[in-house]
Design a protein around this ligand. Structure first.
Ligand code: C5P
Length: 410
């Protein structure tokens, strides 16, 4: 099968970091996918790597000088417009600040202002610079604008110090790029509400009842839906991994907070995907002060939480649930499908190898009212895409079966 990047036009922006040498490998790997690659460099980046290195790999001229008459006075405009994706790698603190502010004093920044293509930024810098609030704020500004930040890794830095700030590896950047532009935008125009993480039910101001959900499956679904063009509202209980960028994040802690957030978010949405592990019980009355150890037994009075997804009634919303089971997987999942009024349930045996909490893989069984599909062991991202394939079909069926006036908004 052809690489999803084959035939795509990729614009690679290179700023002045020692990691610029890795951008040469990135350009080479991109060419191998069948993509065509144009390169724009900041003047200082050319002190680390010669433009000729990129020209030899891409067989195209490299733009380095905004005022170079040979390149034409509007080279930055045409480069910015005629591209399927803009990848800034490495992105220095200065370059990120320029992107966030919309500066245009060099060829890279001017080109960035001219592009509306999906943009990836791979930071590379010293940990102190990366962690400075100014840089973090600039990265957050870019995220809010829908830019994907390919997070830097920890390791040995140019200064000899060890810390976060090494540019992500070319293979990882290409994976993120494939995910971002390699798929059809089959959820464009759709609003998908995703819940993720594990709710926490307070006992007193410092203790809670929680569960082992990492949030990874829900975040993978939110990321995949985003990459397929959906507007994603991610209602997240606490999780162990950072949430994806480019989604509307609504953080919650308790099941009751999640219920209120879901009820609000599904208004006008097309699908609700409940990947969160919602606590079944909460403490009847939370202690106002920290409960002191007395040497006596302590009994907590627990009362049931409402079933969030079961309480959402809608003829137009596609409802998807998850069932993490430790026994009788199919029987339990089928019973939940019916009882909770779901269109689809993704069941997984959390005791099976590769399918437990916190891992990066999952083996799902997809069950709807028509039948059962056993998926192979997949990465959570691939599993997420398989769930979304089914959501797409359900949305298409729903539209076909609705009376004409009901389809107008959907
Ligand atoms: O916990 P249970 O196995 O019943 O969860 C099945 C599905 O129901 C999951 O999608 C979960 O997010 C959802 N759920 C819910 N409200 C609850 C408990 C679970 O919406 N109180």
């Amino acid at each position: 099968m052809a690489d999803p990047l084959a035939g795509k036009r990729i614009l690679l922006g290179v700023s002045a970091s020692i990691a610029a040498f890795k951008a040469v490998a990135l350009a080479s790997d991109l060419i191998k996918t069948g993509a065509s690659v144009d390169v724009v460099m900041t003047p200082n980046a050319t002190r680390f790597v010669a433009p000729l290195s990129f020209e030899a790999i891409t067989h195209r001229p490299v733009l380095t000088d905004l005022f170079d008459p040979a390149a034409g006075s509007i080279a930055h405009v045409s480069l910015g417009v005629d591209t399927d994706a803009f990848v800034v790698a490495p992105a220095t603190a200065d370059c990120i600040a320029g992107l966030a502010l919309g500066l245009a004093h060099d060829a890279l920044l001017a080109t960035a202002l001219c592009t509306r293509a999906p943009t990836l930024v791979a930071p590379a810098m010293e940990t102190l610079m990366l962690e400075h609030p100014a840089t973090q704020q600039n990265l957050e500004t870019l995220r809010q604008r829908g830019v994907t930040i390919v997070e830097p890794a920890a390791g040995r830095l140019a200064s000899g110090r060890v810390g976060r700030g090494r540019m992500a590896e070319p293979a990882d950047i290409i994976d993120v790029l494939r995910a971002k532009i390699g798929r059809p935008a089959d959820l464009a125009g759709r609003t998908i509400v995703v819940t993720a993480g594990g709710t926490q039910e307070p006992i007193d101001p410092v203790r809670h009842i929680g569960n082992r959900s990492s949030g990874k499956m829900g975040y993978a679904i939110a990321t995949a839906a985003r990459d397929r063009g959906a507007r994603v509202i991610l209602i997240s209980a606490p999780a162990t991994v950072p949430p994806p960028s480019g989604v509307e994040l609504r953080p919650v802690i308790t099941a009751l907070e999640m219920k209120a957030a879901v009820e609000d978010a599904v208004q006008g949405a097309d699908a609700l995907i409940m990947a969160a592990a919602v606590a079944d019980f909460r403490v009847a009355s939370r202690a106002e002060q920290k409960i002191k150890r007395t040497g006596e037994e302590l009994t907590l009075h627990l009362i049931p939480n409402p079933d969030i997804v079961a309480g959402i009634r809608s003829d137009t919303l596609v409802k998807v649930g998850f069932a993490a089971e430790t026994s009788d997987l199919l029987a339990h999942a089928r019973e939940k499908l019916i009882r909770k009024g779901l269109d689809l349930i993704a069941a997984n045996d959390v005791t099976a190898p590769g399918s437990g909490f916190g891992g990066d893989t999952n083996q799902l069984v997809l069950i709807d009212r028509r039948g059962t599909e056993v998926l192979p062991l997949l990465s959570k991202r691939e599993a997420a895409d398989r769930v979304l394939d089914r959501v797409c079909s359900l949305l298409a069926e729903r539209k076909a079966s609705l009376p004409l006036d009901a389809t107008q908004n959907g």
